[in-house]
Design a protein around this ligand. Structure first.
Ligand code: ADP
Ligand code: ZN
Length: 520
């Protein structure tokens, strides 16, 4: 089998070698083991199920969230001679019958389905009668309410797979999974014992930078930045269709070759703009987050966020489209807290927990933007990885940073966590340290703790920053079961036993910068 796998890799896909974890992943799946793959965008996830599908008997079901993406993949597979089809709402009755007969005849190697189609009763019946090799779940973070694009139908997948055939191996793949999302996915698919293949999220060729978003000033900076990357490909993300149009117009009047992309455009226009960008007839694409899924342009030299994204996961995925060829990729974000407030308001009609979750994701985003800590350290920590040394390749590492003595502050924070028995989140801990009074503090009698009010001379903002830095330093960690609750790590306990001098970094004060610029 191994021989066959290697030769098909070359013969069909044209690759002489596996990349990263691809080989052990393929092997694992071919042993009928449940497999969980976490790999950054562009690292080569598709091959992890496409190759096993080709060499296995029967049809692999691939669950994929976007119809456009599905068609793309199927076209690409057909082009290299692999028999693949999709089943979704765009097919006519006779087309879908034809697909079904191909599958039943055992000719189809991969069948792409949208989760909505999978849940249809007659499709389930049809799949029961087919010979299925395994099930691949692409963009598996859609299962989790803690992911950035939660899709409720994704949560039904497991029960349907169980109906189709018991014991079908599952491979779940995602480019973004915090430890919390990872746990959610595994639980929901009942594959806690799956073999996990997690690649590092460190994209060493990406430079991360955040700048204050100042009226008028930002547009000038944007144009200047793009002009300094003349002839290079770049993506600019904006939150609304209106903003996309506005910025695309602004760039064009400034002689920049830019085109808009958003869901409100005619699909023919959208397609043309995307193609023009891929073929380098257009340098800059100004887009909503609708752009980019499944797009594989290796030489995007920069990704600019004109507006702040809704989560760090979204941010990481979008910036991940820069520098896929391993060469320079500059990730620039314009930030002001007002945009966070605006995004939070958009969620006001959502159910309470959903809104609360979205708010926590937004707060993480704001914390990233405002941090003085190495950006790469911060992002990697969010994805459950630790970077020991500062990266030296982000705006914070590159600038003269203001520091403050952290020893006592960290001790106070750790004491607060310890004295409250590791059962509370950031806001409550700050209130205890500051000596605030509220119902929680009273009912838990936290005003009787030694640490209560110990930090009243510092601002809440400072305490919040210290706690976040304790997280990045791995003195504290988030409790996966009780998201938001902070616990002390062994490293944190060590520090309490044997404290040492630590410098902490002051957060950025963008609001101040924005005020100054605007009054000038
Ligand atoms: P992902 O789904 O993880 O974002 P893709 O599956 O789209 O990534 O793959 C990204 C790119 O890497 C594609 O252009 C693909 O052809 C290429 N690729 C995948 N595996 C290999 C390999 N073993 N050798 C060379 N190129 C590869
Ligand atoms: Zn850095």
């Amino acid at each position: 089998m191994e021989e066959k796998v290697k030769s098909e890799l070359k013969k069909i896909f044209g690759f002489s070698q596996f990349r990263g974890n691809q080989e052990p992943i393929v092997d694992n799946l071919l042993k009928d083991r449940n497999t969980f793959v976490i790999m950054p965008t562009g690292a080569g996830k598709s091959l992890c199920y496409q190759l096993p599908a080709v060499v296995s008997e029967g049809t692999a079901i691939v669950i994929s969230p976007l119809i456009a993406l599905m068609k793309n993949q199927v076209d690409q597979l057909n082009a290299i001679g692999v028999n693949a089809h999709f089943l979704n709402s765009t097919l006519t009755k006779s087309e879908s019958n034809r697909v079904k007969s191909e599958v039943l005849a055992g000719r189809t190697k991969l069948l792409y389905v949208a989760p909505e189609s999978l849940t249809k009763e007659d499709n389930i019946e049809f799949l029961k009668s087919a010979k299925i090799s395994f099930v691949a779940i692409d963009e598996a973070h859609c299962i989790s309410e803690w992911g950035h694009d939660f899709r409720p139908e994704y949560r039904k997948i497991k029960s349907i797979v169980a109906q189709i055939a018991p014991e079908l191996p599952i491979i779940a793949l995602t480019a973004t999974a915090t430890p919390k999302v990872q746990q959610d996915i595994q639980r929901n698919l009942q594959m806690e014992s799956a073999d996990l293949f997690k690649s590092s999220f460190n994209r060493t060729n990406l430079f991360y930078e955040v700048r204050a978003k100042v009226k008028n000033e930002t547009k000038k900076q944007l144009i200047k930045f793009i002009k300094s990357h003349k002839g290079k490909s770049g993506i600019i993300y904006c939150l609304s269709r209106k903003k996309v149009e506005e910025i695309a117009d602004l760039l064009r009047v400034n002689q920049i070759n830019a085109a808009p992309y958003h869901a409100g455009l005619e699909s023919s226009v959208r397609m043309k703009n995307q193609d023009d960008f891929l073929n380098e007839e257009v340098d800059v694409i100004v887009a909503t987050i609708a752009f980019g899924m499944g797009i594989d342009k290796p030489d995007v030299r920069y990704v600019i966020h004109y507006d702040v994204p809704k989560s760090l996961e979204g941010y990481y995925q979008e910036t991940g489209r820069a520098g896929r060829d391993g060469l320079e990729g500059h990730c620039l974000m314009f930030y002001r807290y007002e945009d966070i407030v605006k995004l939070d308001k958009f969620n006001k009609d959502k159910a309470v927990t959903e809104r609360e979750n979205a708010k926590i994701l937004l707060q993480e985003m704001a914390a990233y933007a405002e941090t003085g800590v190495c950006r790469r350290k911060f992002i990697l920590n969010y994805f459950g990885e630790t970077l020991e040394e500062d990266c030296g390749y982000c705006d914070n590492c590159k600038r003269e940073r203001e520091t403050f003595e952290g020893l006592e502050l960290l001790q106070t924070v750790l004491e607060a966590v310890k004295q409250t028995h590791e059962r509370f989140g950031l806001d409550h801990l700050v209130n205890v340290i500051k000596g605030e009074t509220n119902d929680y503090i009273e009912s838990y009698k936290h005003d009787e703790l030694p640490v209560y009010g110990k930090g009243k001379d510092e601002t809440s903002k400072t305490w919040t920053s210290v706690i976040r830095q304790a997280l990045v330093m791995n003195f504290l960690e988030k409790d996966i079961e009780n998201y938001g609750v902070l616990k002390i790590t062994p490293k944190g306990f060590d520090f309490l036993e044997n404290p040492f001098e630590v410098d902490l970094y002051k957060d950025h004060d963008y609001e101040h910068e924005i005020q100054n610029e605007q009054t000038e």
